[in-house]
Design a protein around this ligand. Sequence first.
Ligand code: NAP
Length: 304
Amino acid sequence: MALRLGIVGVGKIVRDQHLPALAASGDFDLVAAASRNATVEGLANFKTLEALLAEGPEVDAVALCMPPQVRFAAAMTAIAAGKHVLLEKPPGAGLSEVAILNEAAEAAGVTLFASWHSRHAAGVAEARRLLAERRVTGFAIAWKEDVRRWHPGQAWIWEPGGLGVFDSGINALSIATEILPGPLMLRASRLLFPANRHAPIAAELTFGGIPGTAVFDWRQTGPQIWDVAVETEEGPVLLTRGGSCLSVDGKLGEAMPDREYAGLYAHFAVLIARNESDADPRPLRLVADAFLLGERIEIDSFNE
Ligand code: NAP
């Protein structure tokens, strides 16, 4: 029988990805939504998660899709009510939140899934399999997009805990930590902060362990770039288009259909069936290190 799901924080990603993925999912039956200003047609709608839990139809699980700064309190409320919890990425505004949620979920016997949608991009699993058999010598990440196009009007993203350019860059780090067959360690970072913002608009990272670099930039106009290039002694392994296109040893691959959120909900269902959690903090840990080690450079103000 399908698991009954409530969705919280109805914004861009819920409309773009969660609703279509859930409409096609045999694992979940979306029955309710909680959002202060938005509703989803055909569901029982509430202003808050608390109201949904108190007055709504029974749910087995909730997907928390509001900005990271307010997700911890909601996750604790859901866990205390005995609900399985899917967290949109990043799993929290800070690392300690994730650790505390993990402990709370384990004590309550519910599943906590800190989701990383980019790990479900079509080329990622095969890249991981290939790289496990190769000798990796280095990597280079380029994640460059136009913030005006992808994050219009999202004030929270520039506030403390909103991560700025790391909101999308963390997707690249979720792929890198998934496919590279060794630990990643941040050695240095340069962070470009617009004078009028609390979060960086661009960042350059240098890694040790496996030597590598990452360039994240939200000022990209023209072609949008979401690439992870890995060098191996056997030849290059290249993920482009956010992980949906895999090219191996110079042979260009084709972009495969987007199944990120279908894969994400399928994995959530498996975790619940197995009574397991999956809350890998490594991408957020690297972002935290980037802020800890970051050389801060102030640049001109950014206005939408
Ligand atoms: P969004 O468009 O701003 O939507 C988030 C929704 O959360 C808002 O519409 C708002 O709905 C609710 N919300 C905002 N502030 C809140 C607060 N203080 N308390 C309670 N609810 C609040 O953002 P989004 O792009 O959907 O992103 C949400 C999360 O998904 C982020 O963590 C982001 O990193 C992740 N994500 C986004 C994308 C993307 O391409 N946009 C892709 C993958 C993952 P109400 O006003 O109705 O409450």
